[in-house]
Design a protein around this ligand. Structure first.
Ligand SMILES: C[C@H](NC(=O)O)C(=O)O
Ligand SMILES: [Zn+2]
Length: 589
């Protein structure tokens, strides 16, 4: 029999009270594990995960008894429909336990990954290998670090990834989805998501192709014709980053006006004796300057802001944590004193601000309007925080103004982070969606990964890869079962938000000059959006913020227009070929 709407409301209240306790205990156990990877902590985390799943199964099954189509109250309907997706808790107990062990194995293999020299010490990803990828200009050394990491981690995931896919899809089917990719996409509540994404990517393609051609020329000048084919893809180990997803660390190689190098902000931070705490305070000050909420004291007490030096094994990949309990929000980050880490802290603090703003909502609505909103908040603030105006008035730059050439150098720096990221943030889930829907079978996982890396990013593996390897597994989010399309969408949303907030704060002039620091008007608009959590459909929330309800590439294109003009002019002068008609990798001769 079906229950009335009144009974539904009582049911949801009961859920509310019990959920906080169960979720809090699970978060505590997970936190204890990733900040101290030991067997006992792993067991405890698996236990609490099982308890949470039992809880979700109990309430999810009962939520399905309500026939919400007859209900009037939209909030009750939205809450019940969220409750009805019970994700992996739908699996039979034994398979659920196997699945949780698989997930823990994959994420731990990544976090404990290291590369050992033929004789002597082993090095970890954060920050030894990332440091090499960022600073070495020796192709052979870069090859060693790249291959070492991809072999060490990817090959551990290869044998079990097929089973992970099978169990993921079974869980998705038990929730009424075709496969896990279908379930991941459902969170965006859009029938046309995949087409919209493809359209957006096509709109951004000219920007990426021009940057790719320009950077390829610079790398050609440094590494020569044996390594770089001016009509071909770029070897993936030369871009300053283990996954070639951000190219900021090779700015020195690609600087448009090398006679006017930007000031080294990392050096200035170190000269001013910045410490991780000060970096987090800096971000907190930005948020409070907008009239938003300051981070509570618990944050400082409970967070892990630096890599421990007591020998503990930890998961270094930065993340923000909600403990569903009075003001307990934390960040886990192996912070280094660098400008990149300062901006990454703005990103993580954006998550914390969202947690703070929606903490009085029903637990079912304590999420971003969609996952891309969660990622975009911190990025919007860091767009202002990376502006010349902000850095100057915070004493991190000393040159009073930027001449047109210095401005192009500045925009190149931002482009190496944002434009380089376009194809990578798009293809990671393009790959996984096809693995989940069976288009990509496990005997061709690696070559299909590299087909996408070639097609969208114009990259090649630095050395021949085989089906012994599993290179996508060398990326955190694949090992940690974290969807990725949210980063592609947040790339666009952050510029839409930035443009709207800049306009509201009274900014005039080029978008890349805008800094919303101290703007209470901008803060007020942002607060009204963040407070909603996931209680309203995200197009409605987007319209509240920007006046439009669709994700659009327009604001990003506006921001980079001056640089695109410069790039097109430069590429025409150099007679560059856009794209990679020679689509073979250099080692293929
Ligand atoms: C962009 C994404 N950021 C994050 O995980 O916080 C990444 O690191 O790949
Ligand atoms: Zn994030």
């Amino acid at each position: 029999q079906f229950y009335s709407e009144t009974e539904a409301k009582l049911f949801l209240q009961f859920y509310e009270q019990t959920a906080q306790v169960v979720f809090n205990q699970f978060m505590e156990a997970s936190w204890n594990y990733v900040t101290n990877i030991t067997k006992p902590n792993r067991e405890e985390m698996l236990n609490k995960e099982m308890e949470r799943s039992q809880f979700t199964l109990y309430f999810g099954t009962r939520a399905r008894l309500f026939n919400i189509h007859h209900f009037q109250d939209p909030v009750v309907k939205r809450m019940l429909s969220k409750l009805q997706n019970i994700d992996k808790a739908a699996l039979p107990k034994d398979e659920l336990l196997e699945y949780n062990k698989l997930l823990a194995y994959m994420e731990t293999a990544y976090s404990m990954g290291q590369v050992c020299m033929s004789e002597g010490p082993c090095v970890t990803l954060e920050s030894d290998l990332e440091e090499i990828m960022a600073t070495s200009r020796d192709e052979k050394e870069l090859m060693w670090a790249w291959q070492g990491w991809h072999d060490a981690v990817g090959r551990q995931l290869r044998p079990i990834f097929g089973r992970y896919v099978y169990l993921s899809n079974k869980a998705a089917n038990l929730n009424g989805y075709d496969d896990m990719g279908d379930m991941w996409r459902a969170v965006y509540e859009s029938e046309t998501l995949e087409d919209d994404l493809e359209d957006l990517f096509e709109e951004l393609k000219p920007l990426y192709l021009n940057l790719h051609a320009y950077v390829r020329r610079s790398l050609y000048r440094h590494y020569g014709p044996d390594i770089i084919d001016l009509r071909g893809p770029i070897p993936a180990h030369l871009l300053g980053n283990m996954w070639a997803q951000s190219w900021v660390k090779i700015l020195d190689l690609v600087l448009p006006y090398p006679k006017k190098p930007p000031e080294d902000i990392t050096k200035i931070m170190k000269g001013q004796h910045w410490k991780p705490d000060k970096m987090f305070q800096e971000a907190d000050t930005f948020f409070t300057s907008l009239g938003l909420i300051s981070i509570p004291n618990e944050f400082w007490k409970n967070s892990m802001l630096e890599k421990p030096t007591d020998g503990r094994e930890v998961e270094c990949h930065a993340s923000a944590w909600n403990f569903y309990k009075d003001n307990d929000f934390r960040i886990k980050k192996c912070t280094e004193v660098t400008i990149e880490d300062l901006l990454s802290i703005f990103h993580q603090m954006g998550h914390i601000q969202y947690f703070l703003q929606y903490q009085n909502h029903s637990i079912l609505f304590r999420a971003g309007a969609n996952p891309a909103f969660q990622e975009a908040i911190g990025l919007v603030i860091s767009l202002s925080a990376s502006s010349h105006k902000y850095l100057l008035n915070r004493g991190l730059l000393s040159h009073q103004h930027q001449d047109p050439e210095e401005e192009i150098n500045f925009m190149m720096g931002i482009a190496l982070e944002k434009i380089a990221f376009i194809p990578f943030s798009y293809l990671v889930d393009l790959f996984r969606w096809r693995v989940f829907d069976g288009t990509i079978q496990k005997d061709v996982y690696n070559q299909e990964w590299w087909n996408l890396r070639l097609k969208y990013q114009g990259l090649c593996p630095p050395i021949p890869r085989s089906e012994e390897d599993f290179d996508p597994g060398a990326k955190f989010h694949v090992s940690a079962n974290v969807p990725y399309i949210r980063y592609f969408l947040s790339l666009l949303l952050q510029f839409q938000f930035h443009e709207a907030l800049c306009k509201a704060s009274g900014h005039s002039g080029p978008l890349h000059h805008c800094n919303i620091y101290n703007s209470k008007i901008a803060g007020d608009i942002l607060e009204n959006v963040l407070k909603l959590g996931s209680s309203r459909p995200w197009p409605e929330v987007l319209k509240k913020l920007t006046g439009k309800s669709k994700v659009s590439s327009k604001a990003l294109m506006t921001y980079f227009k001056p640089l695109l003009n410069w790039l097109v002019n430069e590429n025409v002068q150099q007679g560059e070929v856009l794209g990679w008609p020679d689509f073979t990798c250099s080692f293929e001769g």
